[in-house]
Design a protein around this ligand. Structure first.
Ligand SMILES: Cc1cc2nc3c(=O)[nH]c(=O)nc-3n(C[C@H](O)[C@H](O)[C@H](O)COP(=O)(O)OP(=O)(O)OC[C@H]3O[C@@H](n4cnc5c(N)ncnc54)[C@H](O)[C@@H]3O)c2cc1C
Length: 290
């Protein structure tokens, strides 16, 4: 375990102070051991995947941060199932599915996370999400190991009932027979659509806010508040898609948060919607109430 590991290195936005402890368990047994250790210390546990939807406090996070590695990040194919460690990147799962002639996971081609993060967030794109392909997940916490289905995890729009300290150690994705060429073509098409509309080559943490039901969408509303290009320090609201914040170099989490607060305030004033943040906070972060 590493003490005071800098989280900026583990988040795609590239901000955040140190984690009090960072553990990289490589097996189920090691994961259970570190969770048991944290429970005995009465220490909070947070899990991080590829850090692609996470904002960590600049002063650091007083917790044991778990990042799955080793066999908890590997992928194998069993018949129509892709069985992946919770720390396995979506891209690797998609590659294995494609070579095995299995379709249905192409939506994840543009989601730069792990399967564990995908389940926690019920990540999705282009009309499909993890809930549609998850047969079951292996969830580990200080009390032990259990399996849970998408329904048991209450997966819905960017939501699950997983709490900090509950780690998705493995997922079983149930896919459908396809051809490697068809999987490749669909994934490439979705990726191209994504590149045309979002700042995929910049440091971001993905969507800032959830899209409120019945609204024109968070991005559209922020854009109509004329906030595209609005900057605080090194953080700027993307000119390509207003529901993204880019780190132009030396942004801090506090600067990202300031942009979020301003966007939220202006959208509430103009459209009457209270935007809810999609990005997950690590450490004592909060947006001012409206
Ligand atoms: C350019 C870009 C595009 C994106 N596009 C999309 C998109 O189209 N659709 C979409 O839904 N999201 C999108 N995202 C957001 C992000 O990629 C997804 O939410 C992704 O599923 C997060 O996975 P992660 O492994 O990076 O998790 P992290 O960002 O590290 O963590 C996210 C949350 O999941 C928890 N978590 C992570 N791993 C585990 C685990 N093993 N067990 C339990 N909890 C865990 C964390 O504690 C945190 O609460 C995008 C992000 C970027 C940067």
């Amino acid at each position: 375990m590493d003490e005071h590991a800098p989280l900026a290195r583990f988040t795609t936005i590239g901000t955040g102070g140190p984690a009090r402890w960072l553990a990289r368990p490589e097996s189920l047994q090691e994961l259970e051991e570190v969770l048991g250790w944290a429970a005995r210390q009465e220490m909070r546990v947070e899990t991080i995947g590829l850090g692609s939807n996470v904002l960590a406090h600049d002063d650091g996070v007083d917790a044991l941060v778990v990042k799955l590695a080793g066999e908890l990040a590997t992928v194998r194919v069993e018949g129509k199932d892709v069985v992946a460690g919770g720390g396995a990147p979506n891209a690797v799962c998609l590659h294995r599915a494609r070579t095995a002639g299995l379709g249905g996971f192409e939506f994840a081609s543009a989601i730069p996370g792990t399967t564990g993060g995908g389940v926690r967030m019920n990540a999705g794109a282009y009309g499909r999400e993890f809930r549609d392909v998850l047969a079951e997940a292996l969830v580990v916490d200080a009390r032990g190991v259990r399996t849970a289905t998408a329904a048991e995890l209450d997966l819905s729009y960017r939501h699950s009932n997983l709490q900090p300290g509950q780690v998705v150690a493995q997922v079983r994705l149930r896919l459908e027979p396809s051809s490697p060429a068809a999987v490749k073509a669909l994934a490439a098409e979705l990726l191209a659509r994504r590149k045309a509309s979002q700042p995929t080559n910049k440091r971001t943490f993905g969507s800032v806010f959830k899209n409120p039901e019945g609204s024109p969408g968070a991005g559209r509303m922020i854009e109509e508040c004329e906030l595209k290009g609005y900057a605080v320090g090194g953080a700027v609201i993307s000119t390509r898609h207003a529901n993204f914040i880019e780190n132009t170099g030396a942004a801090t989490t506090a600067e990202c948060l300031e942009l979020m607060a301003e966007a939220r305030r202006r959208v509430a004033e103009r459209f009457g919607y209270e935007l809810e943040h999609e990005v997950r906070f690590l450490g004592p972060l909060a947006l001012p109430s409206l």
